[in-house]
Design a protein around this ligand. Sequence first.
Ligand code: NAD
Length: 359
Amino acid sequence: MVYNVTLIPGDGIGPEVTEAARRVLEATGVAFRWDMEKAGADVIDKYGTPLPDSVLGSVRKNKVALKGPITTPVGSGFRSVNVALRKKLDLYACVRPCKTYPGVPSLYKDVDLVVVRENEEDLYVGIEFERGTPEALKLIQLTAETKRGNISEDSGISLKVISETGSRRIVRFAFEYACAYGRKKVTAISKANILKFSDGLFLRVAREVALGYPGIEFEDRLVDNMTMQLVKNPRQFDVIVAPNLYGDILSDLCAGLVGGLGVAPGANVGDEVAVFEPTHGSAPKYSGQNKANPMAVMLSGVMMLRHLGEEDAAGRLEKAIADVIVDGKNVTYDIMPDSASGVGTSQVADAVIEKLAAG
Ligand code: NAD
């Protein structure tokens, strides 16, 4: 069987790390037909958009994609291609496992948790009102008229939107994931003490959904407490389900607990389509230097193999990566013990392929 998979290299370090991942995936013996699709700032001149229809069309057709990071301009410029892709393909669940691999310098041993982040709602709906525009002033007037409060006229406004439907399906996803992967507990994250109508709704729905899964322990935490608890004792957590922004922040925090973004994979999953990509961004300062750690994309590839039902290949690839880490010689700077300089991105791929060949 040959799998048709869309390959989106992305930009910054994306092309280097996805190429390394493509090589090790092929070395498992599973056959792929890659459909290479470009997105991001580099294609705007050609297509008039950073997310051409051909990219969406390819992912919809193949139903599976492996993706590198794509840069989003900070504070101005075009909106995130990554967010748009998740929305247009209805990839409502972002799954980010954080697990300690022996040999990765990290603060903790034996951490094995999964962040399930809602991927489409919350502050990421992208509905914003720029300071001083007639729309912003109208909204400010409405809040005053409806006695919601007085907003200063020089404010910019971004909407935080959380629906019952969106909350129900992400919490259900987290419980179903827990059942499928033998996980014992789900922790729901919110700031429901302050944000009663958005996070409050998320939490109420989470509590309702939890009643349908009596075999899985359920608890909830306020996000500020959660950050402290994670740093103090991450081993107490198993599956964490969170609205979009908290999920984004907590998944980087959890990546930090297990040794950093270089070993933090991820998947964006919908009912029809799944796009596998690392938690990390495009790390522009390392772009084109053969320096970035490709293991987060490789481990996203392991998740992709499991999604395709290729459990044996997934296990072999994960073990090969783990073995390279334990050896400690062919790893990049970020997980090199004793802060030595580390090898290049492509050398890591060579070493993983060698381990796969050795069985
Ligand atoms: P980043 O993840 O790119 O980098 C954070 C830190 O981690 C940097 O020090 C970086 O050098 C390091 N790092 C990241 N990946 C690494 C790797 N594979 N190996 C070794 N070190 C690595 O986050 P940022 O700097 O906040 O964002 C840079 C750009 O990436 C921004 O434009 C942002 O919007 C974008 N971004 C994209 C995605 C995505 O495509 N899904 C995700 C996050 C950020």
